[in-house]
Design a protein around this ligand. Structure first.
Ligand code: ATP
Length: 399
């Protein structure tokens, strides 16, 4: 019985059907008309093992109209972007206005969609039915804003201004206060430099969380950076806490120095320490809001993407342990690039396939991973590029 699963612009000869209980692709001459792929795309192959390996329960993911965030992450090169982009396309195809965001400094959304989505602004993705916007976050874009929010400007005057101490800046400038402060404490610039990229991602996420302009977007999909970077991102507010306390200490020193000047120069103006409602605290509060969104099981899910190798599985296991510790909800694990069964007698393929089956067994025994819904995704014999290919991949994974 044929189960129709056709790529929009792929020739009608690409189909998925059942032969003696096994799911089989057949196509010898699939061409993507007007798209990028050409020539033979999929050869006949059995997907019996894949089809039987746990569905993603896409119905659960697509059903609610309330806003949901999906973060896809894992080791480098496992297929995070392809899976995230295919999920975003699938949500849009099901009528959800969707935004797909890359937080990986080495963006590949543009490559994946085969469209120019660069520039650090939301851009519409062409070739999908519902609105689908894409954003490749570029840390430089909001550098100046972040610097001013974090008090990271180098000039003493600006720093003093931001603390309400601008009237003393002239006198202090002569004394090279900046050098004195830098010697006394880790520089604000240094703190800002480390945190700016991560703060920016939070600020961008805040746009989607807070701004009415984006409230109609019911699915936000994140293509995250490889594991370590993503974990640091998710723990940002803790990091930011310590940055704030350093900056606050620095402020106290400046305030004390400025007080000394008031007595020397006989100024009468009161120097107010900034209260709890200062800009840094407000920023911290807003960031905590994002942090809470990422930890809410009703709004967020982190999908781990991996490949069937021992190294990747071990990293995924550690990733899940860290996410669990951070209270980030995880339900699904995609094992991508599985070699499908084949009727050919390729020795290399059968050895690899056997090894992959063994690794799938390891997942079942892994205490971190065994409880997750396992989604098996086949290795395709063409790169996944462009909306038609992403739709095709999405139909294999997200069902
Ligand atoms: N199931 C698959 N079958 C065939 N090719 C695939 C599959 N999944 C991913 N690829 C290809 O592998 C390459 C890497 O995929 P992708 O960019 O999605 O990985 P990534 O994890 O996001 O990488 P990075 O960590 O570098 O951002 C791409 O060329 C993509 O087309």
């Amino acid at each position: 019985m044929a189960a129709s699963l056709l790529l929009n612009r792929v020739s009608r000869s690409v189909s998925l059907h059942r032969v003696g209980g096994a799911l089989v692709f057949s196509s010898l001459d699939a061409q993507i008309r007007g798209g990028r792929l050409s020539g033979t795309f999929f050869r006949e192959r059995s997907l019996a093992t894949l089809a039987e390996g746990g569905a993603s329960r896409f119905d659960e993911m697509v059903s609610a109209n309330q806003r949901k965030y999906y973060l896809l992450g894992g080791k480098g090169g496992v297929g995070k972007t392809s899976c995230a982009a295919s999920l975003a396309v699938k949500f849009a195809s099901h009528g959800h206005p969707t935004i797909v965001v890359s937080t990986d400094p080495a963006h590949s959304l543009s490559d994946s969609f085969s469209q120019d989505l660069s520039g650090g602004v939301l851009k519409p993705v062409q070739g999908v039915d519902s609105p689908l916007l894409a954003l490749e976050i570029t840390p430089e874009r909001m550098k100046e804003e972040i610097k001013s929010q974090a008090g990271g400007d180098k000039s003493v005057k600006n720093m003093m201004d931001s603390m309400g101490l601008g009237m003393f800046a002239g006198e202090l400038g002569d004394l090279n206060l900046e050098d004195m402060l830098n010697a006394a404490s880790p520089g604000i610039d240094e703190i800002a430099a480390i945190s700016k990229a991560r703060i920016e991602i939070y600020l961008q996420v805040l746009q989607f969380v807070e701004s009415p302009e984006y409230s109609r977007f019911t699915r936000i999909v994140f293509d995250t950076a490889p594991t370590g970077h993503t974990l640091r991102l998710l723990s940002l507010p803790d990091f930011y806490d310590s940055s704030i306390s350093k900056i606050t200490k620095l402020k106290k020193k400046v305030t004390a120095a400025a007080s000394a000047f008031t007595s020397v120069f006989g100024k009468k103006k009161e120097i107010q320490e900034q209260g709890p409602s200062n800009e840094l605290d407000q920023l911290k509060e807003r960031m905590e809001k994002v942090r809470n969104v990422f930890r809410d099981v009703d709004t967020t899910e982190f999908v781990i993407v991996t490949i069937p190798t021992v190294m990747a599985i071990n990293e995924s296991s550690r990733l899940h342990a860290s996410l669990r510790k951070e209270n980030v909800p995880v339900q699904r694990l995609i094992v991508n690039q599985l070699l499908p069964d084949s009727q050919s007698d390729c020795k290399f393929c059968s050895v690899r396939r056997k090894e992959q089956t063994r690794v799938l067994g390891l997942i079942q025994k892994d205490t971190e991973l065994s409880g997750l819904k396992l989604i098996q995704s086949p290795l395709l014999d063409a790169e996944i590029r462009g909306v038609p290919a992403l739709k095709f991949m999405g139909d294999l994974i997200w069902k």
